[in-house]
Design a protein around this ligand. Structure first.
Ligand code: NAP
Length: 245
């Protein structure tokens, strides 16, 4: 795919995977509409990479999403990457955080996808899911649910919009970013993938026509095993893994 001059939206561009992807896209010649809440970070990115346009967009703000979609103009592609998680026993969590997770990871992506249909005709739409959408994770029950939604939402639209908009879901395993830089992930830190490697895989996926991708062989094997083994067995295996810690 020739990226020079192409207009690509990236949500969650202020850190982690979205930031690394935005830089790659800009280096390949794309005009990147980089969105997030922390405008100062986006502006710093735009200073270093002039083809990055910073746009403050809070994905929990319904009006802001509608206004953004109304003004965006033609897009060659969009990578709906922004997301949040919480890692804790469900009973210790709060409805406020869980609802924010559903709003950010699910509702905003529905609103953006519908709002961008016209802008994206003939283009590429990538939704960032997670291995947590393949294997239901204890202590991340709501997050796992949101990423399971992204998997089915993206695959369904991929079939529905074939020939009009090329839709793909990218589902990485754990990555070392702000999202995982928390005490609850301490034990997993040695197993997290490098964000630059995952961003390279996402860049390749964006430039393809593929509908689904899980980067990393070990992740792919776990996902395939989870699909072929009975769900209750997988749930018991996850119980043993997490309860033994
Ligand atoms: N890290 C992992 O282990 C991992 C694994 C699998 C999948 N993923 C997925 O990969 C994607 C990127 O995650 P990451 O690891 O790069 O996380 P990250 O470093 O925490 O970045 C998350 C991005 O989302 C943006 N964001 C969060 N809430 C927002 C809101 N209400 N409005 C607008 N933007 C918002 C943040 O920007 P502001 O705070 O500036 O708004 C930030 O740019 C997410 O969808 C995540 O679920 C991550």
């Amino acid at each position: 795919m020739q990226l020079t001059g192409q207009r690509v939206l990236v949500t969650g561009a202020s850190s982690g995977l979205g930031r690394a992807l935005s830089i790659r896209l800009a280096e390949a010649g794309a005009i990147v509409l980089a969105t997030a809440r922390r405008l100062d970070r986006l502006e710093a990115l735009a200073e270093a990479y002039p083809s990055i346009e910073p746009h403050r967009l809070d994905l929990t703000d319904v009006r802001a999403i509608a206004d953004f979609c109304a003004d965006v103009g033609h897009l060659d592609g969009a990578v709906l990457n922004a997301g949040i998680t919480a890692v804790e026993p469900f009973v210790d969590g709060s409805n406020i955080i869980d609802v924010a997770m559903v709003d950010t990871n699910i509702v905003a992506n529905i609103r953006l996808t519908r709002g961008l249909v016209t802008a994206l005709q003939g283009g590429r739409l990538v939704l960032v899911g997670s291995m947590a959408g393949e294997v239901a994770l204890p202590y991340q029950a709501v997050y796992s649910g949101t990423k399971g939604f992204i998997r089915n939402f993206g695959l369904a639209l991929g079939a529905e919009w074939a020939g009009d908009i090329s839709v793909g879901v990218f589902a990485p395993g754990g990555i070392a970013t702000e999202m995982t830089d928390i005490d609850a992930m301490e034990k997993l830190k040695g197993q997290l993938a490098d964000v630059e490697e995952v961003a390279s895989a996402l860049m390749t996926f964006y430039q393809s026509e593929q509908r689904y991708s899980i980067p990393g062989r070990a992740n792919r094997m776990s996902a395939y095993a989870a699909r072929f083994l009975p769900a209750p067995l997988i749930s018991r295996m996850m119980e043993r893994v997490f309860r033994s810690e």
